[in-house]
Design a binder for this molecule. Structure first.
Ligand SMILES: *[C@@H]1O[C@H](CO)[C@@H](O)[C@H](O)[C@H]1NC(C)=O
Ligand SMILES: *[C@@H]1O[C@H](CO)[C@@H](O)[C@H](O)[C@H]1NC(C)=O
Ligand SMILES: *[C@@H]1O[C@H](CO)[C@@H](O)[C@H](O)[C@H]1NC(C)=O
Ligand SMILES: *[C@@H]1O[C@H](CO)[C@@H](O)[C@H](O)[C@H]1NC(C)=O
Ligand SMILES: *[C@@H]1O[C@H](CO)[C@@H](O)[C@H](O)[C@H]1NC(C)=O
Ligand SMILES: CC(=O)N[C@H]1CO[C@H](CO)[C@@H](O)[C@@H]1O
Length: 439
């Protein structure tokens, strides 16, 4: 009896194994079929290969791509297709006001559902100023090394400090993997306006500036003394007024609320009647802190922005040539007022501030030279898919996908493994090297 039952058990086991074997080989065969099916391209194969590591080796010499030490070359089109095969999740840990078009970016889903932190597809967790302190961060034991912790900020350093009393000292070294701010040296650059949006607006209003302007200048301001920079710009305005400046003012600081919603066409149509818009930032000499006051109310609305905020070279890095007037360039309030009055009286000189607009059609680089087409979370999304975010040209070309340019011809490197990223000290990164005027 005993040997018989042993044999029975053996047969039963064998049966089970062969069923399992059949099942496994069915899956493998499907995988092979899928992987090698003739109408699949290299990127798809690569993706499927990475899902089935056993077959990855046999693919390493597939002809389309060049084998690199640490990635593979493929065309951008292929790379984006590759990315589209697997959606990654970007988790906003604290409620965010991310613009709606950021809810999806490339092949990333942006969410604020905290329960998704342990989802294997959650590749980045973003912390904005609402997260405040270290104690509001996710519990340490659930952090995965493959998940990037991103420090995001849209306010200037003085306002970061005032806002929620954020104590950046709280964070130990290397806590964050990367930064996402308006500063150009961020890992994921997020300017207040991507040049793509601005260009679209400018194209829409390309001839606005040719219409005769009926008014001189306007300033809309609602934060009058919240920070030293906000106090300073009020002070500057008073000095300019004393020197003879006469402009229209609106906003809470002047108890004249605008009925027009900012950013709308009606709003821009009102602004464009003015020759000058006073784009005064609430922070003085803070690196790269250039907001919609410049991009939207100035450039896009077809006014000449009179700026105070970061230094001239920061504006030059992102603005078209001869497109703005910087208050730092004038020795006294009177000198600035005289210059504005001169431009008001000499239309030829005034119109020179719009010369760049006429070249927009021929010279794509005018607005794009220093600005990326893909910014913020969209840039992050590409990184999460291993698509090299280095050379700017690729990014510009990516967004022009609708145009006649053949974006597929550009090669990018898709990394197999994520490059290690660390921000040694977020406090030093954010505050050090900032001008004394700023802090
Ligand atoms: C791929 O090419 C390398 C170098 O020629 C070779 O050593 C390797 O065996 C090839 N791999 C496969 C799977 O053919
Ligand atoms: C603008 O003003 C000039 C002279 O004041 C006039 O000749 C011209 O027709 C006006 N253009 C428009 C578009 O109103
Ligand atoms: C305004 O003028 C006063 C008096 O000349 C000067 O002390 C102050 O620095 C000026 N403020 C600005 C922002 O230019
Ligand atoms: C007006 O501006 C043009 C261009 O900058 C200049 O050549 C011309 O001399 C100016 N005219 C006067 C009267 O200042
Ligand atoms: C992110 O930072 C953590 C903490 O320093 C580190 O353990 C992890 O390796 C980093 N991840 C990447 C992809 O760089
Ligand atoms: C082109 C192709 O065959 N892609 C397949 C890769 O593998 C996934 C499943 O892992 C399939 O859904 C795709 O169709």
């Amino acid at each position: 009896m005993r040997p018989l039952s042993c044999i029975a058990v053996c047969f039963a086991l064998l049966f089970c194994f062969s069923i399992a074997g059949l099942w496994i080989s069915k899956a493998s065969t499907d995988a092979i079929l899928r992987t090698f099916s003739p109408n699949t391209n290299f990127a798809t194969k690569l993706f499927n290969a990475s899902s089935f590591p056993f077959f990855a080796q046999s693919l390493e010499n597939t002809s389309v791509g060049k084998h690199e030490e640490d990635g593979r070359r493929m065309t951008l089109r292929e790379a984006l297709h590759f990315a589209s095969l697997k959606t990654k999740i970007i988790l906003e840990w604290c409620s965010s006001k991310a613009s709606p078009n950021e809810r999806r970016c490339g092949s990333c889903k942006v969410t604020d559902d905290r329960s998704l932190i342990s989802n294997p597809d959650t590749a980045a967790v973003v912390f904005n100023k609402a997260c405040g302190q270290r104690s509001n961060m996710p519990p340490d034991h659930i952090r995965r090394p493959d998940q990037l912790y991103i420090w995001r900020n849209a306010e200037s350093p003085p306002n970061t400090h005032n806002f929620k009393n954020i104590e950046l000292d709280d964070f130990e070294e290397n806590y964050f993997n990367a930064t996402e701010t308006y500063r150009r040296d961020s890992d994921f650059y997020k300017p207040y306006s991507a040049s793509r949006q601005i260009k679209k607006q400018i194209m829409k209003y390309r001839d606005l500036h040719k219409k005769n302007k009926t008014s001189f200048g306007v300033w809309i301001v609602s934060n009058c003394g919240g920070s030293s920079g906000a106090k300073r710009r009020m002070d500057l305005y008073r000095n300019l007024t004393k020197a003879g400046l006469k402009i229209d003012v609106a906003g809470r600081c002047f108890h004249r609320d605008m009925t027009l919603r900012r950013g709308t066409d009606a709003f821009r149509n009102t602004l464009h009647k003015y020759k000058f818009y006073f784009s005064f930032e609430n922070s003085y000499h803070c690196r790269d802190y250039i907001t919609e006051k410049f991009y939207s109310h100035g450039l896009a609305a077809g006014t000449v922005p009179v700026v105070t905020g970061p230094r001239r070279e920061n504006y030059e890095a992102v603005a078209p040539p001869h497109s703005f007037i910087h208050t730092d360039d004038f020795d006294s309030p009177k000198a600035l007022v005289d210059y504005l009055n001169y431009l008001d009286s000499n239309d030829t000189a005034y119109k020179e501030y719009f010369a760049w607009r006429d070249k927009l059609l021929e010279d794509d680089d005018l607005l794009l030279k220093h600005q990326l087409h893909v910014t913020g979370h969209c840039l992050l999304c590409r990184h999460l898919h291993g698509i090299d975010t280095g050379p700017m040209s690729h990014q510009a070309i990516y967004l022009d996908a609708g145009s006649s340019r053949d974006e597929g011809d550009d090669e990018v490197i898709v990394m197999k493994t994520m490059k290690e990223m660390k921000v040694k000290s977020i406090k030093n990164w954010w505050y050090d090297g900032e001008d004394a005027d700023c802090i």
